[in-house]
Design a protein around this ligand. Structure first.
Ligand code: DAV
Length: 379
């Protein structure tokens, strides 16, 4: 063994060999393998209740025009190029990049409870979460996302064959009872007021969560309730992860909540970004644990940039390659400066057109393997 070690000069290869195929405990340990989403095959979903709730009123025209059809080709082409270039940059940093299968998401399907067409495989973070050596497929809450896991099944089967622990969380039926149809029809201000009181468009009839409503800090995971994550879904997660992990619910004054990764983004042990437009209501919890929470810098995105699925706060939706190196969107100079001032090496990468599909670097990835092991970070 000693000789072998001497013969092998690349420390990252060495640690890769000793790590389980699926291994990731937090958002910042050195990245070894990652799934990067695709926009090829993406379709515009029909205006189902959960989507109607989350989209901004000025986008209704886009959904009405394109519902059930492929995303406009020119949008797909430019975002696909950005994603391909991002993959090559990750590879240049020694990261193994995997991609989902290409599926025509405009196909319609019918279950026992509803009929819909699909969405995309652009955001693996929404569907998949690695907790330690286990990869979990999230239940999802949009009818258009019911079969999204299919794009990742060849990868899941491969990881399983190579020894991974693979779990699919129970999917909700997504029957009419699961949604509050009246909620979705209310004017924005009324919806916001209801959300503030803890009402969301999905009911607590069956467990549901999107993986992107969870953020990992080693033994401690933080999750938010949202229009896709309900209480019973969080209960499922808590019970499933058992005593090894602690799942804490955190809240943000975000009245259109869907996914935590533009609200709370850990950068390295003891340091996390928070969103100044919706500051975490549990700041004390982090302070007590010795964490500094730093306000993210706002986006440089022009106001008229088409954003169909998310806010411009995806400028803080970064991907850490290790505790010192962070991928940030190329035109988000204020975010880049903030991170440099905090001592990080910043890798600027173009991804602005991908924003239009609803996310940035964290959303479009799922880290399958990072170095490191289960640790506690003060909580
Ligand atoms: O701020 O609109 C972005 C996260 C998308 N997966 C937001 C949430």
């Amino acid at each position: 063994m000693e000789n072998l070690l001497k013969l092998e000069p690349n420390p990252s290869l060495l640690s890769n060999q000793t790590l389980p195929v699926v291994n990731s405990y937090n958002e910042w340990d050195p990245l070894k393998e990652v799934i990067v989403g695709r926009v090829e095959g993406a379709a515009v979903p029909h205006l189902e209740p959960a989507l109607l709730t989350n989209s901004y009123p000025n986008n209704l025209g886009f959904f009405q025009k394109y519902a059930g059809q492929p995303f406009p080709q020119e949008l797909v082409e430019i975002a696909a190029k950005e994603l391909n270039d991002f993959c090559h940059i990750l590879e240049a940093f020694g990261v193994t990049v995997r991609r989902p299968d290409i599926i025509d998401f405009s196909k319609t399907y019918k279950t026992l409870d509803f009929e819909a067409s699909g969405f995309y495989a652009a955001m693996p973070r929404d569907v998949l979460i690695v907790v330690g050596n286990e990869i979990i497929e999230a239940p999802m809450a949009w009818r258009s996302r019911f079969f999204e896991y299919r794009a990742y099944r060849s990868l899941m089967l491969e990881y399983f064959r190579r020894g991974a622990k693979w779990t699919t969380a129970p999917k909700p039926s997504m029957s009419d009872e699961f949604y509050d149809f009246e909620f979705a029809q209310k004017p924005v201000e009324e919806r916001y007021a209801l959300t503030k009181k803890g009402h969301f468009v999905i009911r607590d009839t069956e467990p549901s969560f999107d993986a992107a409503d969870i953020v990992r800090f080693g033994r401690d995971l933080f999750v938010q309730r949202s229009h896709v994550t309900n209480n019973i879904g969080i209960t499922w997660l808590k019970r499933h992860l058992g005593d090894t992990f602690r799942v804490h619910v955190v809240n943000f004054p975000d009245y259109n909540p869907m996914h935590i990764d533009a609200s709370l983004v850990p950068l390295r042990p003891g340091l996390a970004l928070i969103n100044p437009a919706r500051p975490c209501l549990e700041k004390e919890l982090f302070k007590k644990a010795g964490w500094d929470l730093v306000d993210a810098a706002p986006s440089t995105l022009p106001d008229n940039w088409p954003m169909y699925m998310c806010s411009s706060w995806v400028c803080m939706n970064i991907l850490s390659l290790d505790p010192e190196t962070i991928v940030v969107e190329k035109q988000e100079e204020p975010m880049q400066k903030l991170l440099k001032d905090l001592g990080f090496k910043v890798i600027p990468v173009d991804l602005r057109h991908l924003y239009t599909f609803g996310g940035s670097f964290h959303c479009v990835t799922c880290d399958v393997r990072r170095e490191g092991k289960l640790e506690e970070y003060g909580f």
